[in-house]
Design a binder for this molecule. Structure first.
Ligand SMILES: [Ca+2]
Ligand SMILES: [Ca+2]
Ligand SMILES: [Ca+2]
Length: 315
């Protein structure tokens, strides 16, 4: 009898897990609720935020609900929105970079570049967010104290102009899907490599758009694969969908079991298109270090997955 009850509980738990991971869908454009998290002038894309009601009657924030307004901003390597623009890593005075506290004694430094936005958590603590949410592309450095093992958890967002539809007016198309990408190099205080972004990280998407046809999405438990979907631009998108999944409340915690997530996919510099981006090329010494060349990582779809959580643990 007890065995049956336990079996029933296990079954219910796995069924609820299945339902919890089911995608919610939205159709068409979201309503703009913020015209831009920052104002960086006409040469930038406004980092607008929108809201849209989904088929399960919940309000979804696009491209992501963030801590931008309240969180400390990461220090600049290169920031054309009124920030520092270093020409190489040798110009960086590390001692001038704020030392943040993730609750420990050992000192680390992390170099980060996101297309377009990141929020960095270490051992469950939100340390810093990307100071430029959309464009121009920028790069950052974060110095912090923590104890090993380190759980690095990053909320990464491919920002969007057409809110809810993961796309921008470019390449002659009104709804042209843009791509993401995240690269980072973590060092100790002696500049030894502690971690780089690579396929050992875990990656899960929580917002995938635009979907011309929802049926192209392979969504089952922790598999959220949009690679069969059409990524070409379009001029009409009113019928296109976004797919949304709830972030687990503890996604950034060391206790969160990310072994259920897919491994990160890696992408070349060329694929992410950084060869003419000074925010990246000025710092190849840390992003393409000989012997510790960090990969760009993302979920399985660099184009359609727009809000992605990336995690790794460093012993
Ligand atoms: Ca950015
Ligand atoms: Ca995208
Ligand atoms: Ca690299």
């Amino acid at each position: 009898m007890i065995a049956r009850i336990i079996a029933l509980i296990v079954l219910c738990a796995s069924v609820s897990d299945l339902y919890a991971q089911e995608a919610a869908f939205t159709t068409g454009l979201a309503r703009e609720v913020n015209p831009g998290l920052i104002d960086c002038g006409p040469k930038s894309q406004p980092s607008a935020v929108g809201e849209i009601r989904s088929n399960e009657n919940a309000i979804r924030t696009v491209p992501a609900a963030t801590n931008f307004d309240s969180a400390p901003k990461a220090s600049d390597l290169f920031n054309e929105c009124g920030g520092t623009q270093l020409s190489s890593i040798s110009q960086l005075d590390l001692q001038s970079v704020a030392l943040l506290d993730a609750g420990g004694r050992e000192e680390f430094v992390m170099y980060l570049f996101a297309d377009n936005y990141f929020e960095l958590y270490v051992n469950g603590e939100l340390l810093a967010v990307d100071p430029v949410p959309y464009t121009p592309l920028n790069s950052s450095v974060v110095r912090f104290k923590a104890d090993r093992p380190l759980t690095i958890a990053v909320l990464a967002v491919d920002w969007e102009q057409n809110l809810g539809l993961g796309s921008e007016n470019s390449g002659g198309m009104t709804f042209n899907p843009g791509h993401g990408g995240f690269v980072a190099h973590l060092q100790d205080s002696s500049k030894n490599t502690v971690a780089i972004t690579d396929r050992k990280w875990r990656a899960q998407t929580f917002y995938t758009s635009p979907l011309k046809n929802r049926n192209c999405l392979v969504s089952s438990r922790q598999i959220r694969r949009s690679t069969p979907c059409d990524t070409r631009g379009a001029n009409y998108a009113a019928s296109f969908s976004g797919a949304h999944w709830d972030l687990p409340g503890d996604w950034m915690m060391p206790s969160f079991d990310d072994s259920i997530w897919p491994s990160a996919s890696t992408y070349s510099n060329k694929k992410v298109g950084v060869s003419n981006k000074r925010a990246f090329t000025n710092f190849k010494a840390v992003f393409d270090t000989e012997g510790a060349d960090a990969d760009f990582i993302w979920s399985s779809n660099l184009v359609l997955d727009n809000m992605v959580v990336l995690r790794t643990t460093v012993e």
